[in-house]
Ligand binder design. Sequence first.
Ligand code: PMV
Length: 372
Amino acid sequence: TGAIVAHAPGKLFVAGEYAVVSPGEPSVLIAVDRYLTVSLTESVDAGSIHSPEYSRMPVRWTRGQDGLTLDREHHPYDYVIAAIEACERLRAERGLRPRFFDLYIESGLDDPSGRKFGLGSSAAVTVATIAAIDEFYGFELGTRGRYELAMLATIAVAPHASGGDVAASTYGGWIGYRSPDRDRLRAARTQHGVADVLGSEAWDGAEIIRLTPPSGLDLLVGWTGHPASTERLVNGVSRGTNVTGDAHTGFLEASRECVSDLWRALAGRGADAAGHAVSDDDLALDAIRRNRRLLQGLGARTGVTIETDRLRILCDAAEAIGAAGKPSGAGGGDCGIVLAPADADVAGMLRVWETNDIRHLTIGVHPPEGEH
Ligand code: PMV
């Protein structure tokens, strides 16, 4: 039998970062047209994981008493192992005969020298691994099922992750996303197993909706050249917000308002707070600018550098031409995104980026699942 090949797109956050970590808070993401690929071939008496990035560390796995047994530390393959483990549980619960397979991972989400752009490689490797194993065993998970299984794998590695990146990588296109309650999911998985959690009420509050790309705005992406650690930033912000409880409630409310405006703009129903019609593009630009300010405030209150100097230059250059820019994701480096009106002086902005070592990444949107 030939190899099963699964591609999963990377992602960018557009709005709602940090707030979306709280269950039920809205965010906006896009899937991008850069991909991570997992190829699967059946093997005989053990499985293995390979990737050029970690070529000196192939991992072999077998089945032990309590699940997978590895021939070395998990580390570089945490998400891959968690994805295999989640699939193993489902396979066993469905009474399917165990088989082994080798996985080959290739990421197109990094710079040629191997530095991460911050385009969601962890989510993409989780989603692609699950897609490949789904096909291998014939689980027939469907899009929602793949998101849910990838999400269970993700929170086994990163307990507080919102999973917005998982949703974007699974669904494609522009999406609106609210996270499920991960504590509840973990408890449900332990209590009932994987099969019974899929599609259950443990996902209440999670929402993934398709949004329409803004018609009059162009998306541009700038890369700071500095990889950032989402985990470190999120932990820093959460330590800080424990001290400033009230301010954080205010942040969540204000973020909810920005993102709701953006959802409305992207659904083609632009209106201001008083209900007067506003151009969808203007509403979207305003929402992005306000979200940027909110994240600046969050960083200042918690002592975490979300908007680094280079991200500030990137975003200021966008605002100077009548566009809107903000850090994408946790900030601290990685990428910034810009939405620019068609008549804006984008060339002028790109010159400022170039002078400041901000690389313009030519990135488009990966189409929604089912529309390829
Ligand atoms: O840095 P990224 O692109 O992985 O995004 C992190 C976004 C946060 O909201 C800060 C965390 C999360 O899990 O959603």
